[in-house]
Design a protein around this ligand. Structure first.
Ligand SMILES: Nc1ncnc2c1ncn2[C@@H]1O[C@H](COP(=O)(O)OP(=O)(O)OP(=O)(O)O)[C@@H](O)[C@H]1O
Ligand SMILES: [Mg+2]
Length: 1020
């Protein structure tokens, strides 16, 4: 909450009042009527801008018709309060017939504390002292995490507020607070942290700069602070980010934010925090880097224990390791209560025995004590006049009148309130701890003026409410905000209502919020979901739960997103049959695709459930979509099942039309190749469908399918074109969808692997290496270990082409040190490689071992990979079989087993001829040529060399070219021919080496590898 300053005034938005500095440096408070206050706040939000009368009417009285004279009256009052003259204004200028303009400069300052400054805090001197000690240590660079704990009403908030107030007066600090909200824990990851950080951002460009450079994933959470020109870079920067990255970034950002001025971060009511928030606090505590940071978090241990919240365990661990402090608040003593009653003045009269009575009844709980005091005053048993207390009846009688428990006490207080006031509070309690007139007046059946009057009265006379300031809704209207002075009050008002009435109120509040936030519902999705769930409006609840899950995804809090979606699945049970299936499919799809994006094997089963429901209840489009979504994860474990599903999808899509049909066809035919094997007919069908998609699809759809087609180009040796299309598609999609969009994420990753691998195959080694390295770093930075590992494997493939065997072994070991077990498994364990990744790792590792002369080790690895492929076919096996056979051929040659070598070489050739992969085809002919040379079969040599050369000559496949030309030179007898082929080989080698920068060590590695040295030295 901000403080607006326009000297000599400042508008205190927390306590909703105006302060004026007097000449002696003191401040005097000026009370404004709520609407006058709102008008002033409205002007201060728009200094220097014309504000018309109509605008004021619409914003300040959105739902009521008000005579323009009323505005004039408030403007008059405002001028009075500011001492401004309408003829020669210093603050508010009237622009005749047009409106008003606030002409004085307005500045914003640090947020203020929540409790009123005159509330006296007693009995907490030692706690204040401890906190002060923590602050001192924090200022010395020793970060401090303090948990302030105790039962409801024991005074945690009061203590922290008082400490903040004192600290702010004594040293230059940055202060910020976040409030966890009941019911948001599972739905709103980082809610309180974002609140605290948002408020820092509003007050400091430095903080915004730090977020932009150090914590882009956090900056992305505040769209209002992102400059338009920043948007795309930011989007690119955070692609594929994860929970880990968010945590790492906020740790660094908080360190930097606190580097010039110490930071005091308060998080209230941590027992309602999201798991992500607890992770963050724990990470902050465990990080031992120096930081001028003091984090104070309050919570009620009993509440945390009741709900099995992770907080308790985390706190205990931190306590055991001395990584935090714990301040457990004890009940007030009788002397403290006496001190409270005595107030500031020593003259105050306090009847003998009153403090003891209050202590006895309240057990020293300040909230109870205050409520009892209030109650006794209301009943006329005690009186407070000019600060002094007196008894209306003897103490013994009073004692009988104090209710047994705090709850009963509050009940008793409530009974004394006017029925309309009670109703207002009941409606307010349905909103939550905080509420506003704009949302509550209709269900409470009062107008805004009356609502404010009631709330003002409640906050002044009874300590039930606190004024919070005003809120501006997205529809432009402004309304005063209040909060229950204690969550317990809210709870009592909430519970005392009949369930049916509560349900109705939830519905009306939900509907009102929908109108106020029209077009911006996402920002309050979980709040809306909560209201609609409580009003049994399941469809609306589901709609908003889905949005809430998207919000959680945007914060990379997949755990929370999963919880929300699983909750939504449960709610589906309340729907009628058809609607139920429709929603179940929708939610299973979102959940399943989220798992796909995370390469989480739960995707398979989740999407299978969606398919089963879709086949029974869904429309043709829904069926087709469900089947295609299922294809990818299914292909992780089974080619045959994935092919069956794609057959089914092809049948279903016959009944579709237009773009949907084209997309389904494209997907099915593509997967038949990608998962099954290369097939010209499927490729032609893909091209056909792509043409239609180009005509009918929007940019997102087009880019996605173009990129998918580029993968077929990659395996058709159209390397450069494949990379070009992938780059283009990523760039199109980055500009058009959110960073958490599943397709964008997958595409970006695919680009990092196959785009860069394509460059390597095209002989652009320098560029490829650079891109791989940046890709791996990028995913590591994002905390996305899985994707980093797979990109690293493809980098290893590129380095194998460069004959950097040690490098390959290193990269493989970094990705998967033990790939053997995972090379064949129907049910991959979360975190383990899926079979194809394990096999790629084995094939690369085996090939590198072969290159390094470790023949038996190589054979071991390659045999496991082959065994896996023979027993369980999965996606892309058909492609990786080619390098597998190639390496096995060379192993048998090295072992001198020519028969085995011939068998492998023939398999290699057969596998490659089924595809359009020219590099492998040429290499397969070349391998067969070498075997024919050993056997002395000259015709076969001539045929194989001829075939290999004809491919090499027609395609840009330098990886195969240098070998084919070298073998051709070796096979030739005509010296001219020998020299010609030798030269072609050397030229290709030189070009490949030259594609690496001179400073790149792999250049030397390649040039000094034995086969290359042999060729370069002319020994053929
Ligand atoms: N030491 C104290 N001296 C005087 N008044 C106090 C003291 N502690 C708390 N109070 C008053 O008691 C009421 C309840 O305190 P507070 O809201 O701080 O409790 P809490 O521990 O934060 O409760 P919760 O767990 O529900 O958040 C407040 O009105 C507060 O001003
Ligand atoms: Mg509190």
């Amino acid at each position: 909450m901000t403080m607006k300053v326009f000297p000599p005034f400042r508008l205190d938005q927390v306590n909703q009042c105006l302060w004026r500095s007097t000449e002696d440096g003191a401040e005097e408070g000026i009370t404004l009527k709520p609407k006058t206050y709102s008008i002033l706040a409205y002007f201060l939000d728009r200094p220097g801008r014309l504000v018309t009368q109509d605008e004021l009417l619409e914003s300040i009285w959105p739902d009521t018709y008000v005579q323009p004279e009323v505005v004039k009256r408030h403007i008059f009052d405002l001028r009075e309060a500011l001492g401004d003259d309408s003829k020669t204004p210093s603050f508010l200028e009237t622009l005749p017939k047009r409106g008003y303009k606030f002409i004085a400069p307005v500045r914003e300052t640090e947020p203020a504390s929540r409790t009123s400054p005159d509330a006296k805090l007693v009995g907490r001197d030692s706690e204040l002292g401890e906190l002060e000690g923590c602050l001192n240590r924090a200022m010395g660079g020793q970060r401090q995490i303090v948990f302030v704990t105790g039962e409801a009403g024991i005074g945690k908030t009061a203590l922290v507020d008082e400490f903040r107030r004192r600290a702010a007066h004594s040293v230059a600090l940055r202060l910020t607070t976040g409030q966890c909200v009941e019911g948001y824990g599972g739905k709103e990851p980082y809610y309180a942290v974002l609140e605290a950080l948002g408020s820092l951002c509003r007050h400091s460009d430095d903080v915004l700069r730090i977020l932009a450079t150090q914590a882009p994933t956090w900056l992305a959470q505040f769209p209002a602070f992102i400059r338009p020109e920043q948007r795309e870079t930011l989007q690119r920067e955070i692609l594929g980010a994860t929970h880990q990255r968010m945590l790492r970034e906020i740790l660094i950002a908080l360190e930097m934010i606190s580097s010039d001025k110490p930071l005091l971060l308060t998080i209230e009511d941590l027992h309602w925090a999201s798991h992500s928030t607890i992770d963050l606090i724990s990470a902050l505590a465990r990080n031992r880097a120096s930081a001028k940071l003091l984090v104070i978090a309050t919570f009620r241990p009993a509440d945390a224990a009741l709900t099995g919240h992770p907080l308790r365990q985390v706190e205990q661990e931190l306590v055991v390791h001395h990584l935090c402090h714990r301040l457990n608040l004890e009940p007030l003593e009788e002397e403290d209560i006496a001190e409270y009653l005595a107030g500031a003045s020593s003259e105050t009269m306090v009847p003998e025995g009153l403090a003891a009575l209050l202590k006895r009844h309240s057990d020293g709980n300040p909230l109870f004590m205050l409520a009892a005091l209030e109650h006794l005053q209301q009943c006329g048993f005690i009186k407070n006049e000019a600060g002094s207390w007196s008894l209306g009846v003897p103490l013994d009688e009073i004692s009988l009148e104090v209710p047994e428990s705090l709850r009963e006490m509050i009940d008793a207080q409530i009974e004394s309130l006017d029925p309309q006031v009670q109703r207002v509070l009941e409606v307010a309690s349905v909103n939550g701890v905080q509420f506003s007139g704009g949302v509550s007046i209709a269900p409470a059946s009062v107008d805004e003026e009356r609502f404010e009057q009631i709330c003002e009265d409640l906050s002044r006379r009874h300590r039930v409410l606190r004024r919070l300031g005003s809120i501006r809704f997205p529809d432009g209207s402004i309304s005063s905000r209040y909060e229950f002075s204690h969550a317990l009050y809210r709870e009592v008002f909430y519970r005392r209502q009949a369930p049916a009435q509560r349900t109705r109120t939830h519905r009306r509040i939900g509907e009102r919020l929908e109108r106020l936030y029209a077009g911006h519902e996402t920002t309050i999705a979980s709040e809306l979901a909560e209201h609609f769930e409580h009003s049994n409006d399941w469809l609306s609840a589901l709609k908003y739960l889905r949005l809430a899950a998207e919000n959680a995804r945007r914060r990379y809090a997949n755990r929370e997103a999963g919880v929300i979606l699983r909750r939504a699945l449960k709610l589906c049970a309340n729907l009628a049959r058809d609607e139920r299936a429709e929603w179940q499919i929708r939610i299973l799809t979102v959940l399943g695709m989220m798992y796909v994006a995370d390469s989480d094997v739960r995707a398979i089963e989740t999407l299978e459930n969606a398919v089963n429901l879709a086949m029974q209840h869904g429309s043709i489009d829904v069926q087709s979509r469900a089947l295609t979504d299922w294809l990818l994860p299914l292909s992780w474990v089974s080619t045959s099942r994935a092919l069956e599903a794609s057959e089914q999808a092809l049948v279903v899509c016959e009944s579709q039309s237009g773009l949907s049909r084209a997309m389904s066809r494209k997907n099915s035919h593509f997967f038949r190749i990608w998962v099954g094997e290369w097939n010209d007919a499927d490729e032609a069908a893909c091209r056909d469908a792509l043409r239609e998609i180009r005509d009918l699809g929007d940019i997102v759809t087009r880019s996605y399918f173009e990129a998918q087609y580029a993968l077929l180009l990659w395996v058709s040796s159209e390397y450069r074109e494949a990379d070009r299309i992938l780059s283009q598609s990523v760039s199109n999609l980055t500009g058009s969808c959110e960073a958490t969009h599943v397709n964008l994420l997958l595409l970006y990753w695919v680009h990092q692997m196959f785009g860069s691998a394509s460059l390597a195959m095209a002989g652009e080694w320098g560029q490829a290496l650079d891109r791989f390295r940046r890709g791996v770093l990028g995913f590591e930075k994002n905390g996305n270990e899985y994707r980093a590992k797979v990109v690293r494997l493809h980098q290893a493939w590129a380095q194998l082409l460069m004959l950097d065997f040690d490098g390959v072994l290193n990269l493989c070991a970094m990705s998967y040190p033990n790939p053997d077990r995972a090379a064949h498994t129907e049910r991959p364990v979360l975190g383990d490689p899926i079979p194809i990744d394990a096999r790629i790792c084995l094939i690369l590792r085996g090939s590198a071992k072969l290159g390094a002369g470790e023949i038996d080790g190589a054979l071991g690895d390659l045999s496991i990979a082959r065994d896996g492929m023979d027993r369980q076919r999965v996606l892309l096996d058909w492609y990786w079989r080619m390098p597998l056979h190639s390496a096995l051929t060379d192993i048998w040659l090295a072992k001198g087993d020519i028969e085995e070598a011939r068998r492998e070489a023939q398999e290699f050739l057969k596998a490659s001829l089924k595809t359009r992969e020219r590099t492998h085809q040429a290499l397969a002919w070349e391998a067969n040529a070498r075997i024919a040379m050993i056997s002395g079969d000259h015709d076969a040599v001539a045929e194989c060399i001829g075939k290999a050369l004809s491919i090499v000559e027609r395609w840009e496949i330098p990886i195969a070219a240098w070998r084919v030309h070298a073998t051709a030179a070796q096979a030739a007898t005509d010296p001219e021919l020998v020299r010609g082929q030798w030269k072609l080989s050397v030229d290709t080698i030189t070009r490949l080496a030259d594609s690496l920068p001179p400073s790149e060590p792999l250049r030397d590695t390649f040039l000094s590898a034995p086969p290359i040295r042999r060729i370069l030295s002319g020994q053929h």
